[in-house]
Write a protein that binds this ligand. Structure first.
Ligand code: PMP
Length: 332
């Protein structure tokens, strides 16, 4: 068995889980990369490690320093755990519309949590701008800036991409992923395209995000809304900019919820909404490819972080997205 050193050493090399029932139903192999098995519980462990390694290498972060970030949760959780392991302090600015589990975890892990009213990005009080100001005002602090710090996508270029390529190589037909910062899709796609330009790289977007229209027609336009956490964005980040993305599809919240419950019931896989949206997107895209094709996607985080929302009947009823499918009919 592989031996790893410390929290950072345990990040990555996550399993590639073939979803057997879904694959059999589609006649195409659908694979979820189990990012929920990272030591901080999400795909954002990779970006956080990449950002902190880069800041240390540049001399921007010294022992006793502080890491400040604006985050929907998972990046903050990952940064806080790395901060604990390496002797830094973490200040996390998080909007007030995220699942309660994330605030609890951040506080338990020892972050200084600043809950910021959720307002539009154009408002200077948006959590992103607040984080930047907190970092500027805190001596010895860095602003992780996951959206525009390309050490984020760099981590996926050097780890996620090679891991998928080493596992599937020439048999890989497509890679499908949603975007929060865009780091996962951009970094992984860049690496895979370099190895084999024929691999299709595909954005899977929730409603309310502008990237679907950007990939399809070059304009940032939104339609509808979504309760998905950690994904969907209305601007082009430095991490997403120039990403070699071939195509895009959109998945609505009802389909996301149906897929989350189907995966738990049929495959024993318990994940968060963005991961379920990714699997739904991968399945729909796979059907456009020849039979026998292999499509890899990302299982961004686990279900436990959403016990009071996605996995809570009352919340589903309040948000009018109770799952009712018995099979995969929701894929259309
Ligand atoms: N899913 C979840 C739950 C996330 O927290 C994030 C990160 N915001 C993503 C997906 C998207 O990852 P990325 O930032 O690399 O685009």
């Amino acid at each position: 068995m592989h031996v790893s050193h410390g929290f950072s050493g345990a990040i990555g090399n996550t399993p590639h889980i073939v979803l057997p029932k879904l694959s059999a139903a589609l006649g195409r192999t659908i694979v979820g990369k189990a990012e929920f098995l990272n030591p901080g519980g999400s795909v954002k462990d990779r970006a956080a490690k990449g950002i902190v390694d880069d800041a240390e290498a540049r001399g921007a972060l010294a022992p006793g320093g502080t890491i400040v970030e604006g985050t929907a949760g998972n990046t903050g959780i990952a940064l806080t755990l790395i901060a604990n392991a390496r002797g830094y302090r973490a200040i996390i600015c998080i909007p007030d519309d995220q699942s309660p589990e994330k605030y609890e975890l951040l506080r338990t892990f020892g972050a200084e949590v600043r809950v910021i009213p959720a307002v539009a990005f154009t408002n200077p009080e948006n959590y992103y701008h607040v984080a930047r100001r907190v970092a500027e005002e805190t001596p010895g602090a860095i602003w992780a800036d996951q959206f525009n710090n390309t050490a984020n996508r760099g981590a996926h270029y050097t780890t996620t991409g090679p891991e998928i390529w080493n596992a599937f190589g020439a048999s890989l037909s497509a890679f499908v992923a949603a975007c929060g910062t865009g780091g996962t899709l951009a970094g992984t796609s860049a690496y895979l395209k370099e190895r084999n330009p024929a691999i299709r790289t595909v954005l899977c977007d929730p409603y309310g995000s502008a990237l679907f229209s950007f990939v399809k027609s070059g304009v940032l336009e939104t339609e509808g809304d979504s309760n998905a956490e950690g994904i969907g964005i209305k601007r082009i980040t430095d991490n997403f900019k120039d990403a070699p993305v071939d195509d895009a599809l959109r998945v609505d919240d009802q389909t996301m919820v149906e897929m989350a419950y189907w995966l738990l019931r049929e495959e024993g896989i318990y994940i968060g909404g963005s991961a379920a949206l990714n699997v739904a997107g991968a399945a729909r895209y796979a059907r456009t490819l020849p039979e026998g094709s292999t499509v890899v996607t990302i299982l961004c985080d686990g279900g436990d972080r959403y016990r009071s929302r996605l996995w809570n009947r009352t919340w589903l009823e309040e948000n009018d997205c109770v799952p009712h499918a018995s099979g995969l009919e929701f894929l259309g």
